[in-house]
Design a protein around this ligand. Structure first.
Ligand SMILES: Nc1ncnc2c1ncn2[C@@H]1O[C@H](COP(=O)(O)OP(=O)(O)OP(=O)(O)O)[C@@H](O)[C@H]1O
Ligand SMILES: C[C@H](N)[C@H](N)CCCCCC(=O)O
Ligand SMILES: [Mg+2]
Length: 214
């Protein structure tokens, strides 16, 4: 099976999509957000298409696009549909020609439910994906990051490392020390998140990414 890299985070709004754009660009991988909730603010897949500049990456369509800006299990219930993890697993196989890496972005953080008895963490494990955890630097992020790391370790999920977002904060060093997972890099806040910003950040992340994937 070709490599699957799942972008999860210590919460929602922490910078997973911008990070996914940088990683997809650095690896010239394909991108997929199987479940999108909250369409008013724009779908992540459309953001990724605007931020990529390489002509190799393919952005695959979502399996579920749900209106409500909420947890997938709630947004699905609102529309009287049920998110079926089996459909995600089987579609993932169709999306990945041999040799192509697939960057998959979750909705929100690791323990976000996709339905009433299945979590994002279960999906990462069933996909056999390697996880990259996006951790925004803020007061409280040590706790959120180490809770996420603890759950990933307990589930035996292969973690490639952390991408921190925002200005430097010593929390990064403590999270790396106490989690035992490496720092892949940090994406600073930008005046404008555009193609050139993503290209620049992709270059900065590339060496660590490739060495961790070797
Ligand atoms: N490096 C950055 N510089 C400036 N703004 C950023 C940066 N990274 C993210 N943002 C902005 O912060 C907001 C949240 O970021 P983003 O959409 O990447 O979060 P997310 O973790 O993907 O959220 P979701 O759980 O909804 O997928 C967006 O408006 C995004 O444009
Ligand atoms: C709507 C938002 N932008 C995300 N797509 C979904 C975030 C789900 C968070 C669920 C939770 O942890 O409470
Ligand atoms: Mg996102």
């Amino acid at each position: 099976m070709s490599e699957r890299i799942f972008i999860t985070g210590i919460g929602t709004g922490v910078g997973k999509t911008v990070t996914a754009a940088c990683i997809t660009e650095a690896l010239k991988a394909d991108y997929w957000k199987p479940v999108q909730t909250g369409l008013l603010e724009g779908a992540d897949t459309d953001t990724i298409k605007e931020l990529l500049s390489n002509d190799v990456s393919v952005c695959h369509p979502e399996l579920w696009k749900l209106e409500l800006p909420a947890s997938p299990h709630l947004a699905a219930r609102e529309e009287q549909v049920k998110i079926e993890p089996g459909a995600i697993i089987s579609r993932a196989a169709d999306l990945q020609p041999v040799g192509r890496r697939l960057v998959i972005e979750g909705a929100g953080g690791l323990m976000v439910p996709l339905n009433d008895d299945y979590f994002t963490a279960d999906l990462i494990r069933e996909l056999g994906a390697k996880a990259i955890v996006v951790a925004q630097n803020y007061l409280g992020s040590i706790n959120h990051a180490l809770l996420t790391a603890g759950m990933l370790r307990r589930l035996g999920i292969h973690v490639l490392g952390w991408v921190f977002t925002g200005d430097y904060h010593s929390n990064e060093d403590d999270v790396v020390k106490w989690s035992g997972y490496p720092k892949i890099g940090r994406i600073p806040r930008a005046q404008h998140v555009d193609k050139s910003f993503v290209q620049q950040q992709a270059q900065l992340l590339s060496a660590n990414l490739h060495s961790l994937l070797a």
